[in-house]
Design a protein around this ligand. Structure first.
Ligand code: IMP
Length: 430
């Protein structure tokens, strides 16, 4: 199979970094298709730690083309900073190995300011955003007032775009008690950064279609998780992009038929950062234990993640909405040493049994988890590289997960080390 999409199948932080790195080694092209620098991927290669939030994971490997698709919102200042940081670590980055879609909307400083100003308003329920301007930048995209990468090339166009955006933003800012935007300073900053961004601008849709025809392997690297999807997530406590696999096509300009395998990344338990419903959340010692064993702190914001049992209902749902072909189950070793484990297999809503998460926010918040209890295991699964290395109860747990989510395990990850992986189905195999 030539082209693989990787998506988080929960609320993000499923451990995509290691899997994406493993797959990107075998891909020719690695493309981001949604989100922005709200994502946080840590890659450990030959003992060196690389932290990425905007650039595709393939950038740290030589001989790969990394692509930022139009579905991403791009903070050009952050881009330059991330490039410089990686160069400082010896990573070579040039227009030869990094391309940015010309139709990618920019995140401007005013987007971050608006994001944070809204979050700080006590009258409205917080979303718990990363404060990086992601939502406001997507709003401007659909509001047809974005400054896009291609606009940086022409002074007149850039002024027109900025003026269009400011009509809207200055009105909003007045309402929020913020000063009007300093137009000249913004334009000067954009002129300045344009020189550093434009060399990477390219018709990504064309490049990807050519690569595809040439039989190259493309890895579409998703960020966040399907439960944060703007349409199918726990709205309004979601991110502002489509996160599910279909976005790989619209977020890069390749047809849906180009996708051969969708790999859903699934953590063996559940976590979430920020606000919003979380039926299987554990606010007790067990939740604390999962968080400590799993080192559950946000890569971007440093916030403590909320933890809970594995929720099979949610993952069955996200596997369906993303058309997941197989899952990569991560962090199984965090469950080592529990006497018993619970899996959420359904919900109870006002006395009625449900086999899916309802759409209405008030109903989501009232859903009570229905658990199935399974025996735990005392042996360590950390570093297991074959099924034979796993205790019988761990295998039972994995098999039960497959059954409940209606999707097979393609990969099992048993530690942050690349080699500590049990491969069942190779997503790239022909
Ligand atoms: P935003 O993407 O900054 O607008 O934040 C919206 C919601 O998505 C918040 O609950 C964030 O915590 C969450 N979020 C955004 N990016 C990530 C991620 O990479 N991992 C986990 N949660 C995320």
């Amino acid at each position: 199979m030539a082209n693989v999409v990787v998506v988080g199948a929960q609320w993000g932080d499923e451990g995509k970094g290691k899997i994406v790195d493993w797959l990107s080694e075998r891909a020719d092209v690695i493309a981001r298709f949604q989100g922005g620098h709200n994502a946080g991927h840590t890659l450990v290669i030959d003992g060196k730690v690389y932290k990425l939030s905007l650039l595709p994971s393939g950038i740290v490997r030589g001989g790969k083309l990394s692509v930022i698709g139009n579905g991403v919102v791009l903070d050009p200042w952050h881009l330059v900073e991330e490039i410089e940081k990686l160069r400082g670590q010896g990573v070579e980055i040039s227009p030869g190995n990094l391309m940015i879609a010309e139709n990618t909307p920019l995140i401007l400083p005013i987007h971050g300011e608006l994001d944070r100003a809204r979050e700080n308003q006590s009258t409205v329920a917080k979303i718990g955003t990363t404060g990086r301007g992601i939502g406001p930048a997507y709003e401007d995209k659909v509001g047809r007032r974005s400054v896009r990468v291609a606009d940086l090339a022409d002074e007149t166009t850039l002024e027109l775009r900025v003026d269009r955006a400011l009509v809207h933003h200055d009105a909003l800012r007045r309402g929020l008690g913020l000063d009007p935007v300093d137009r000249d300073a913004l334009l000067a900053a954009l002129h300045e950064i344009a020189r550093q961004v434009l060399p990477y601008a390219a018709p990504v849709w064309k490049v990807l279609n050519e690569k595809r025809r040439a039989g190259k392997r493309i890895l579409f690297e998703g960020a966040q998780g399907a439960l944060l999807d703007i349409d199918f997530g726990t709205y309004p406590f979601v991110t502002s992009s489509n996160v599910i696999a279909g976005q790989a096509a619209t977020g890069t300009g390749i047809g849906p038929g180009a996708i051969d395998f969708v790999l859903g990344i699934v953590k063996a338990y559940t976590t979430r950062v920020g606000e919003g419903p979380f039926p299987a959340e554990l606010k007790d010692e067990t939740g604390q234990r999962l968080g400590e064993r799993g080192h559950e702190f946000g890569t971007v914001t440093g916030r403590k993640r909320r933890c809970g049992w594995f929720d099979a209902v949610l993952v069955r749902q996200t596997c369906a909405t993303s058309g997941v072909s197989g899952i990569a189950l991560t962090k199984l070793d965090v469950l080592d040493g529990f006497d018993e484990l619970k899996i959420c297999v359904g919900y109870e809503l006002d006395g009625t049994a449900l086999d899916h998460l309802p759409t209405a926010a008030d109903q989501q918040a009232r859903c009570k988890p229905v658990y199935e209890t399974m025996p735990g295991w005392q042996e360590s699964t950390e570093g297991a590289r074959s099924w034979a290395d796993l205790p019988a109860n761990a295998i039972k747990y994995v098999r039960r997960v497959e059954e409940l989510i209606d999707c097979p395990v393609a990969l099992l990850s048993t530690s942050p080390e690349r080699e500590d992986t049990i491969l069942v189905t190779d997503p790239f195999s022909d």
